[in-house]
Ligand binder design. Structure first.
Ligand code: NI
Length: 396
């Protein structure tokens, strides 16, 4: 099994050159034309059957093993972010204002290297591998849904029907050598909310003739803090964050209305239901008590990402064998970030794992989405080795 680690290591120059090329030429969600083109070309060069345009710019490769068995989907996201890069790296972005600041360049490079390894071992594989190179993980980018849902609309989970999935994230919150494969929830479900408080405008000096939506909004922001502290059990978690408040045009005018936006994050479906219900009740109640009207819209961005026990147990087992030198952390690792792989894992059993990638000595320890974000490329080897070995173990 450690052979696969050596195979991953010997292919490092290939992985690294792909990663650096993607890093230099980042593309935003649903615009991954160049990236998807390289992905398709590399897969085709291996003789893997390729379908382009799945979920707009997504690419799917199908590799049949030598023996029959289940269908395993491997997902790698390809999109970059609207950030002006400030790493000073020799392979820095050449598309000004667009940057691979989350490591998806690394994920795409890992995916192509895994394809190369598994293709060489296909006779030993009992089952089918569906390589899913996904666009637009970071947001909807003007579309109604993000990349994972867009690919699902185009049937990525069908023909052949997918039984299980594996996916990963390079993780700069943790150092190189740290590997987390955890059962249960790993990333939060995310909602986006928009609230409008409607009062009655008037003169700032004559408040008794107006109904002030600014004071009402302030009460709502304060009152909403009690949802997490008073309605959610202390042993569970949730976030309610107001991130935008807009209202008013001048110092002496009480405005007609105030709008507020923000996000709710939860892991458990029941906690989510409670938080969303209390959020609406509380806003309408406070608004009504203060003589205002409230419009509340809560839209789901993605469900929580939950790892299935059985497939995760297999990956945990594989990880300790293929990466014996690593620090294996199989404890629950909950991050409040959202991840649209959650839509696929709502339908099929999956395991999403984290590969520690920071290196403070090399100053490669900025967080995800920071203009100086970069990771230690040795993490690519761990990602390739663990993903390839997990497939070989699952499709034995
Ligand atoms: Ni990411």
């Amino acid at each position: 099994m450690t052979d696969l680690f050596n195979e991953a290591k010997s292919l490092f120059p290939y992985t690294q050159s792909l990663r650096r090329d993607f890093h230099m030429h980042p593309e935003l969600g649903f615009k991954e034309i160049r990236t998807g083109g390289i992905v398709a070309k590399e897969l085709e060069a291996l003789g893997i059957e390729v379908t382009k345009g799945v979920g707009k710019t997504g690419v799917v490769g199908l590799l049949e093993g030598g023996k029959p068995g289940p269908v395993l989907l491997l997902r790698f996201d390809m999109d970059a972010l609207p950030i002006l890069e400030d790493t000073g790296a020799e392979y820095a972005s050449q598309n000004s204002g667009i940057m691979h600041a989350c490591g998806h360049d690394g994920h795409t490079a890992i995916g192509l290297t895994v394809a190369k390894i598994l293709n060489a071992h296909k006779n030993e594989i009992a089952g089918t591998i569906k390589f899913c190179f996904q666009p637009s993980e970071e947001g909807f980018n003007g579309e109604e849904v993000g990349g994972a849902e867009m690919m699902m609309k185009d049937g990525v989970l069908e023909n052949p029907k997918v039984d299980m999935s594996l996916s990963l994230h390079l993780w700069n919150e943790k150092p190189l050598g740290w590997i987390n494969v955890a059962k249960g929830p790993v990333m939060a479900g995310a909602e986006e909310f928009k609230v409008k408080i409607i009062g009655k405008g008037g003169h700032g000096a004559i408040p008794e003739a107006a109904v002030d939506p600014v004071v009402c909004a302030a009460q709502i922001v304060s009152a909403a803090q009690t949802i997490v502290s008073r309605n959610v059990s202390p042993t569970q978690t949730a976030v309610v964050s107001f991130t935008m408040i807009n209202g008013g045009t001048a110092f002496n005018i009480i405005p007609q209305e105030v709008t507020m936006e923000g996000t709710i994050r939860t892991f458990e479906p029941r906690v989510r239901e409670t938080v969303v219900r209390r959020f609406e009740e509380l806003i309408k109640g406070v608004a009504s008590a203060m003589g205002c009207q409230a419009e509340v819209n809560v839209n789901r961005i993605s469900p929580a990402l939950i790892n299935a026990d059985e497939v995760t147990a297999k990956v945990q087992d594989t990880a300790s064998r293929v990466l014996p030198q690593a620090t294996h952390d199989n404890s629950p690792y909950l991050t409040m970030g959202a991840e649209d792989m959650a839509f696929m894992q709502e339908k099929i059993a999956g395991c999403y794992f984290f590969i520690g990638s920071n290196n403070a000595e090399k100053h490669l320890d900025y967080g995800h989405h920071h203009p100086k974000f970069d990771f230690d490329e040795q993490a690519l080897v761990s990602g390739v080795a663990l993903m390839s070995a997990a497939v070989m173990d699952i499709l034995k």
